[in-house]
Design a protein around this ligand. Structure first.
Ligand SMILES: Cc1cc2nc3c(=O)[nH]c(=O)nc-3n(C[C@H](O)[C@H](O)[C@H](O)COP(=O)(O)OP(=O)(O)OC[C@H]3O[C@@H](n4cnc5c(N)ncnc54)[C@H](O)[C@@H]3O)c2cc1C
Length: 179
């Protein structure tokens, strides 16, 4: 669907022998090490969502200011202006939580992992809603394959899947609630 520059392949390791000095990190701590890497990946994915959303908001603003319908720009319509306001609210909320998660991870804050999961979840969903709103605001010009918002629409979808799906973030956030 998107991310065409991400070359995704199956890798099969069959009867592979490596010298002891080829071990990455500390022996026996692979899981912990990869989980630490996942925290950075999740913040990066949340930040990618902010990028998709910010550009879609800019492109939407430009289009609705220029596009004349029934003798006036689309921004004359309250429903259009309100949609832009809601897109910005979602983007700003996702941005604040993403920045907070990065600051907490840097500072080894006790709630860092929780905030990272919240940021990854919120930013991915907000980005998907905002790119969808942008396609709607641009109408047919947003749907055609060569439009910039159509590419954001396709590429943003993976953010709810990669680096741990929405469902996995919710699992992280509710771990410990089951008896
Ligand atoms: C273009 C692309 C690039 C990628 N790049 C990378 C990469 O660089 N590094 C990397 O590590 N991975 C990468 N991935 C893989 C990606 O991380 C996985 O696709 C993702 O983690 C989801 O795993 P899955 O596809 O096996 O889904 P599945 O595990 O098959 O999940 C299917 C559905 O079931 C749900 N589900 C599964 N388990 C649970 C559960 N316990 N509770 C509730 N719901 C559950 C999921 O949320 C999802 O909705 C990439 C994938 C793509 C498509």
């Amino acid at each position: 669907m998107g991310w065409h520059s991400s070359d995704t392949r199956e890798v099969i390791l069959d009867d592979v022998h490596l010298a002891a000095d080829a071990v990455l990190g500390t022996e026996g701590r692979g899981f912990q090490q990869i989980m630490h890497g996942f925290q950075l990946e999740r913040i990066a994915l949340a930040a990618m969502g902010l990028g998709h959303a910010a550009e879609c908001l800019d492109l939407s603003r430009a289009y609705v200011s220029e596009r004349q319908a029934f003798g006036a720009p689309l921004t004359n319509l309250q429903t259009i202006r309100h949609k832009l306001a809601m897109m910005e609210i979602e983007l700003d909320s996702a941005r604040l939580l993403t920045y907070q998660s990065a600051a907490r991870l840097d500072a080894n804050h006790p709630d860092a992992l929780k905030t990272v999961a919240q940021a990854k979840f919120l930013a991915a969903i907000a980005a998907n809603r905002i790119v969808d709103d942008a396609v709607q605001l641009l109408g047919g010009a947003g749907f055609v394959e060569e439009s910039a918002v159509a590419r954001h629409y396709r590429d943003a979808r993976i953010l709810r899947i990669g680096g741990g799906t929405d469902e996995i973030q919710l699992e992280i956030l509710t771990k410990g609630l089951t008896p």
